[in-house]
Write a protein that binds this ligand. Sequence first.
Ligand code: RIB
Ligand code: CA
Length: 312
Amino acid sequence: MAPKKILLDCDPGLDDALALLLAHTDENLELVAVTTVGGNVALSSTTRNALQLREYLGFDSVPVAAGADAPLARPAENAAHVHGEEGLGSLTLPAAVLPPADLHAVDLIIDTLRASPGTVHLIATGPLTNIALALRREPAIAKWAASFVIMGGSFTRGNATPAAEFNIYADPEAAEIVFAAGWQVVMVGLDLTLQAMATPEIVRRMHLLGPLGTELVVPLSTFWTNPDGSEPHGQAVHDLCAVAYITRPDLFRSRPAAVEVETHGRFTVGMTVVDFESPEPNALVPVDLDVDGFWEHVLGAWETLSSRHPRA
Ligand code: RIB
Ligand code: CA
């Protein structure tokens, strides 16, 4: 079977970087474009990080286009306290030589989906600003995308606030547009992603990836923990789950739901209100993960790259 084409809109970001790595290494995926958005850190930093990762991992022919540097209707939030001031924790990658694409992320999203309707899967692992802007300019992308998967939201508690997950909280107006666009949103939320932690056993296996593990994967996966992944017991790898869903939906137990986004609540702005009983679902919400199967899939894909990694 031909690999599934994906466009990844992201805000690298520790876990976005791991998601890019999987998007590049899973032999059942073909990463055809990357777009960046301000989120974890400023757009200039998320774009720099994406460009550096592109050259470090060797997907130089894949276009990287910068997008929105601020939310649609409110001041920018960031998560530098989680991802480090530069966005990749303690990691310093070589400066990128190749520039970003000379078009805006919104144009790259629309052009990529228009060029081959029904064949490119759209994944968003940051605030949904670029996706909302693309929908405003060309609503047909909701039909052209082969599927649309986000890391974002939650049907229990948030992480940016008790009610809201960061990607939604950062731009709730954009999320409101995205969930109302008429496509099915696969909402890989915190309830799912917090099942996939980089525990000490997983970190031990990451070290077996050679330089790819010790130079990149382990530092990205242990920024908040001890170097062995302990204390606390494992770092979340949220965005990795969204990319894994594309080729291995069988690892996820998912339920249809109607999802609404709170944009005005004094304490609940950015909350995804998830109704699993609705007769008119607009989303598919993964609720359970085959954790062992997930890590076998991810580490197996990365082993293929580590064997041919330029620094192996
Ligand atoms: O809440 C987790 C999400 O927010 C992830 O996408 C992480 O990268 C941050 O953007
Ligand atoms: Ca992210």
